[in-house]
Design a protein around this ligand. Structure first.
Ligand SMILES: Nc1ncnc2c1ncn2[C@@H]1O[C@H](COP(=O)(O)OP(=O)(O)OP(=O)(O)O)[C@@H](O)[C@H]1O
Length: 302
């Protein structure tokens, strides 16, 4: 379990963390999402003791990371996949890390296999693609078989096949009881991976909820109606007190009445319809709605 409570940190005049508070629970993939500069990397650096917060606490299994004996056995992390000696082979990179932590060398071959690098562990890491470096970073994070993992942008640079692999891999780690924190700029990357999401902006938490809750919130009771008589359907539903928006694809988005009332109103008026369904929001919809006011850099509207 990773617990972050009330973290505050300034860089000069810039307040990078402003009361950051959340918990990463075992058995879950927790997405950590927010616009550029929201404070994701700084939070992770504070958890690892690489940056000091002016206020607040960051604990791994109830203790500050710096006080942990053999920390790789408590928390595995990937902050920067390119932070490695390019001349070293991937295998030697991992061996060096394992030995520095008193971990057995045989674990190196296990994590290379686990991350799909079994056949290329003898190659120089400097020749690895970014996607392979991400896998190598995850292999390093798993060396101590830790109960918690913290990965900064692990999808970065991965091809579609790598992204699918990563999603399944992260879910599997959580299914085995690990607490997994994964940061991303892109909510869409986390759909199908995270079951819980912490959305941050300007150094603080904007939303901390299950994916199901976020999606339900974004759908906001809206209903999609498909009809061959779209104008008549819009008229009937407006007359029934609904707010109606026409979509480009020949459907209506209807807000106000429940789905049963929409069906009843259309039926009573004899307006044909082929679909009345609860609006299915994406995580991206939920995210954009939540972070609308928290984007640090936004192109000026023209
Ligand atoms: N070493 C530093 N010196 C000065 N300012 C910093 C430093 N590190 C981070 N910041 C600032 O702190 C704020 C939070 O940055 P941070 O990198 O934690 O955000 P982030 O959510 O990880 O962003 P990104 O998604 O772009 O990586 C930003 O305004 C950033 O400019």
């Amino acid at each position: 379990m990773i617990t972050v409570e009330g973290l505050r940190k300034r860089f000069g005049p810039n307040l990078a963390l402003d009361g950051m508070t959340f918990t990463v629970r075992p058995g879950h993939v927790t997405g950590f999402v927010g616009p550029n500069g929201a404070g994701k990397s700084t939070t992770m650096r504070v958890v690892l003791g690489l940056d000091a917060a002016e206020e607040g606490t960051a604990l791994v299994g109830g203790k500050p990371y710096r006080t942990l004996d053999r920390p790789l056995c408590h928390l595995g992390s990937l902050l920067d996949a390119s932070a490695l000696q390019p001349g070293r082979t991937a295998r030697n990179h991992l061996l060096w890390l394992a030995h520095s932590q008193g971990l057995p060398g045989r674990r190196v071959d296990e994590v290379l296999e686990l991350t799909g690098l079994g056949g290329v562990g003898g190659r120089r890491a400097g020749g690895y693609s970014l996607g392979m470096r991400q896998r190598l970073g995850i292999a390093a994070a798993l060396l101590g078989d830790p109960p918690a993992l913290m990965l900064d942008e692990p999808f970065n640079g991965m091809d579609p096949e790598g992204i699918i692999w990563m999603r399944t891999f992260l879910r599997d780690l959580a299914a085995h009881g690990r607490a997994v924190l994964v940061s991303s700029h892109l909510m869409s990357e986390l759909q199908g991976t995270a079951d819980h999401v912490v959305v941050v902006g300007r150094g603080r938490v904007i939303a901390d909820a299950s994916v199901a809750q976020l999606l339900a919130g974004a759908a906001n009771g809206r209903i999609t109606v498909r009809s061959s008589a779209i104008d008549d359907a819009a008229d009937v539903l407006r007359a029934a007190g609904a707010t109606v928006t026409r979509n480009g694809d020949g459907t209506l988005t209807v807000a106000g009445p429940a789905a049963e009332d929409v069906v009843a109103a259309l039926g009573k008026a004899g307006v044909p319809f082929s679909e009345v369904a609860a609006h299915r929001a994406t995580l991206e919809d939920a995210y954009l709605e939540l972070t609308r006011d928290a984007v640090e850099f936004r192109g000026a509207a023209r």
